[in-house]
Design a protein around this ligand. Structure first.
Ligand code: HEC
Length: 139
């Protein structure tokens, strides 16, 4: 008799635990159902988000001319901040004696008032090389 009581108690306890677990589960579902739309990821949305990231990646290296016109022209087209102006040979003579490799190094690392990568923080070293070559072309 004693044993049957215990078993009954055990079954009762187990049933209570299962019920509690079921309630917790239901609460979780409810929380998900009443959450604002933007907080819930649906399968299709994840794919969409990835697609957007991929399409904003540059398709390949940008040309030196394009980068110059986007990032460098503000200073090197006008002489702002004391930048040597593109095409003004006399402003480049001394600089050119350092050699192209040093000019590229300074453009990548920054040099006095010249900001690192000329503010093009996502420019690769190769893109910086192409841009410096475009900047000093024809001197
Ligand atoms: C905020 C203004 C500014 C921007 C933007 C800028 N530069 Fe400069 N740059 C300077 C200044 C100022 C100097 C001269 C620094 C000195 O000699 O003290 C300079 C110098 C240089 C030099 C010569 C370095 C040397 O050793 O003499 C190179 C090469 C150069 N910049 C490349 C670039 C390129 C490439 C970009 C664009 C990706 C760029 N700069 C964008 C201001 C700028």
């Amino acid at each position: 008799m004693h044993l049957i009581k215990r078993i009954t108690l055990l079954i009762g306890l187990t049933a209570t635990l299962f019920t509690a677990a079921a309630f917790a589960q239901a609460e979780g579902d409810l929380a998900a159902r009443i959450a604002p739309v933007g907080d819930v990821y649906l399968d299709g949305e994840i794919v969409t988000a990835n697609t957007v990231v991929e399409s904003s990646e540059p398709a390949g290296p940008r040309s030196g001319e394009k980068i110059y016109n986007t990032y460098c022209v503000a200073c090197h087209g006008t002489g702002a901040a004391g930048a040597p102006i593109k095409g003004k040979a006399d402003q480049w003579t001394t600089r050119l004696t350092q050699g192209e490799a040093t000019l590229i190094k300074h453009a990548i690392e920054g040099f006095n008032a010249m900001p690192a990568r000329g503010t093009c923080s996502d420019c690769s070293d190769d893109e910086m090389m192409a841009t410096v070559q475009f900047l000093i072309k024809g001197l």
